[in-house]
Design a binder for this molecule. Structure first.
Ligand SMILES: [Zn+2]
Ligand SMILES: [Zn+2]
Length: 340
């Protein structure tokens, strides 16, 4: 068989396997239930193993202060990740076509104009249950008001239905299985900060785990123990050490999380300055948007964006954006044919 054919059949096999896993072993609904628990378990295990087992062994030789500093830093990262994870999970961007929705649009002076516009538009929309004729976004194609086939409600442009959350989400970015909730215009900032600290913590933990393995465990293990299955078998038959088994599993979990998280984080770093969602970014949709870079950043993080990296300030400084009318967007600049 030619290498190209072999590669193709290998890819087809992988695709079938992932389809099988998705439909029978781990369908989306089950993944959504398991994901948050797996995440919490992994996070608490990492914080505990890191601060109780690994840090004291690696840093004691440099003095007790450095041990304490590293332990405190580990728990600081853990707390930041947990706080933002809770916000991603419980702050919803679901579209509720009533006046309560626009209460969230109490923004700065410029946005106040949007609020008035939104209020009249939503009232109009509620009365007629259809997009207003004069709405500039009610044009054609992707950037338009439409009726959701599942919820049967009229929804604004860039609002998409999530079959797992069973609701339409404003400026839907994607569904996060680790938190079990959709990421939309309200909780995108928390997802960003959550990923930022998760990536930082993963690299920090990976360096510590590697140093610990090399200095403490390497002399007592065999090379094949790097494969979790071998470690498991050796543990089962009482040959390997319990610590090695746990550490190898942690190592692999960190590596997998680092790869998945890095892709997602790079995606966010590229899409936020463009003012698009992950969905639009990955579909190759570009919008005619008059906002500056600062306005696009404020549309995600609100005022004083840096504060979000210390405490979640969503309720004090909401995103400066009108997620219903998108007054700064005049249309589509570029998109594949099916969206036009
Ligand atoms: Zn819907
Ligand atoms: Zn969802």
């Amino acid at each position: 068989m030619m290498p190209k054919e072999m590669l193709e059949s290998l890819l087809k096999g992988c695709f079938r396997l992932s389809k099988f896993c998705q439909t029978t072993v781990l369908p989306h609904s089950r993944m959504n239930r398991l994901g948050p628990w797996l995440f919490l378990l992994e996070m608490f295990c990492l914080c505990y193993i890191g601060s109780v087992e690994i840090i004291p062994k690696l840093w004691t030789r440099y003095g007790p202060n450095l041990v304490l500093m590293n332990q405190a830093f580990t728990w600081f990262l853990g707390m930041e990740i947990l706080m933002n994870w809770l916000c991603v999970r419980f702050v919803t961007s679901s579209y509720q076509p009533d006046l309560a929705q626009i209460q969230l649009l109490k923004l700065d002076d410029r946005s106040q104009q949007y609020t008035d516009y939104t209020k009249s538009f939503v009232e109009e929309n509620l009365r007629h249950r259809k997009p207003a004729e004069n709405n500039r976004s009610a044009s054609r194609g992707y950037f338009t008001w439409s009726t959701c086939k599942s919820c049967k409600k009229v929804r604004p442009a860039r609002c998409h239905h999530c079959s797992i959350c069973k609701t339409c989400v404003l400026a839907r970015d994607h569904h996060c299985f680790f938190s079990g909730n959709c990421v939309g215009y309200k909780n995108l900032r928390h997802f960003f900060v959550f990923l930022f600290y998760s990536m930082y913590a993963t690299v920090y933990a990976f360096i510590h785990a590697t140093a610990f393995y090399y200095l403490e465990l390497w002399p007592r293990t065999i090379v094949l123990e790097i494969i979790p299955f071998v470690t498991f078998l050796r543990n089962l038959f009482g040959q390997g050490e319990y610590h090695t088994g746990v550490l190898i599993l942690v190592w692999w979990a960190l590596g997998i999380f680092l790869i998945i998280g890095a892709f997602q984080f790079i995606d966010l770093l590229l899409e936020i300055p463009e003012g698009v969602t992950s969905y639009e970014f990955n579909c190759g949709i570009e919008l005619e948007d008059s906002r500056s870079l600062t306005e696009k950043i404020r549309a995600v993080f609100g005022k004083y964006w840096l504060l979000n990296f210390l405490v979640p300030v969503h309720f004090i400084f909401p995103p400066i954006v009108d997620p219903v009318n998108w007054p700064t967007i005049s249309g589509i600049k570029r998109a594949p044919d099916e969206f036009l």
